[in-house]
Design a protein around this ligand. Sequence first.
Ligand code: NAD
Ligand code: TYD
Length: 348
Amino acid sequence: MKLLITGGCGFIGSAVVRLAVAEGHEVVNLDALTYAACEENVASVAAHPAYTFEHADIRDRAALDRIFAAHGPDAVMHLAAESHVDRSIDGPGAFVDTNVTGTFTLLQAARAWWEGQGRPASFRFHHISTDEVFGSLGPEDPPFTEASPYDPRSPYSASKAGSDHLVRAWGHTFGLPVVLSNCSNNYGPYQFPEKLLPLFINNIKHLKPLPVYGKGINVRDWLYVEDHARAIDDILHRGRVGETYNIGGHNEYRNIDLIRLLCQLMDKKLDRPAGTSEQLITYVTDRAGHDMRYAIDATKLRDELGWMPSLKFEEGLARTIDWYLENDAWLESVTSGAYQAYYDRMYN
Ligand code: NAD
Ligand code: TYD
């Protein structure tokens, strides 16, 4: 298949790109190269004959029309987004622009191209979304299913919810063959160090404080990024048109428990006395509107498509720490320049 993947220079998008090339697909990676992008993330496939890069913005209709005409994709896998909750509190406008207006513009371009091709039933528009659209769970609530009502509570999750609704509407009203997936928190290599795990790994490395929001009792459900990419690939090939699939690791951790585990592993890996990293834990003012708990019920994906997470969490976490420690140059390059200003604004 020829796949048009948006956001392919980001964290999850680059894992999807690397897997798609390995699976023998032709890949067109469309990315605006925002602060969150890193071309190094796709360096391993950049010279492959099946790989093409298009530097473009999903809000630019003329660029999208040109790209659809030039490449004639069989499917769109839409991952481009503004993705960090704290930034959405700091500056929500970019989230509405890219996640809502950008998705709208991409849908219109995809629809125009698909209609021009005679509306092939085999075409797919796969929209990659988040569990955060379902809101926040109490401690005893069952995990989110595909039938959970939408209740987004941050500018990020509200903008992603808006984009999910647009995609479903384009499926329902115009017949565009859409499929959606909503995934829990991802972790793994190439994640920009504004998100919890790479930020804390980098801070531990440099013996900097670990800013734990509130009491550290918020719960997230963690999935290794390559397992997410594999789920997306399964859904693309075998998912049913018009359906939504929840993707999650069945792997809930309270932030503070995860951070303590990270600290213990990092002390060992860095050959530091036990307890060194934990001393860096610093409780800071809570995030505004901080969702208490996310958890995903991925039964539908397992029953319909046979997907299961492949990695145990401890193994995935150890592999992730090793990757960041072995890829010093990557970490240094993404934390230079504008990153420092962001860090100072958020944390100092
Ligand atoms: P990321 O921030 O690492 O990468 C986003 C990519 O999109 C970057 O390469 C960026 O340059 C590109 N981009 C941003 N705005 C663009 C625009 N206007 N036009 C073209 N490209 C643009 O994000 P991520 O963590 O890899 O997330 C990818 C997708 O998966 C997002 O849609 C996100 O909502 C969703 N998701 C993320 C998680 C998670 O834990 N990170 C979990 C579930 C779902
Ligand atoms: P994050 O990685 O930003 O993902 P999300 O908010 O989308 O789930 O944060 C994961 C959890 O870690 C979340 O409960 C907020 C918390 N957190 C901190 O305590 N300190 C931090 O510096 C960051 C970035 C996150």
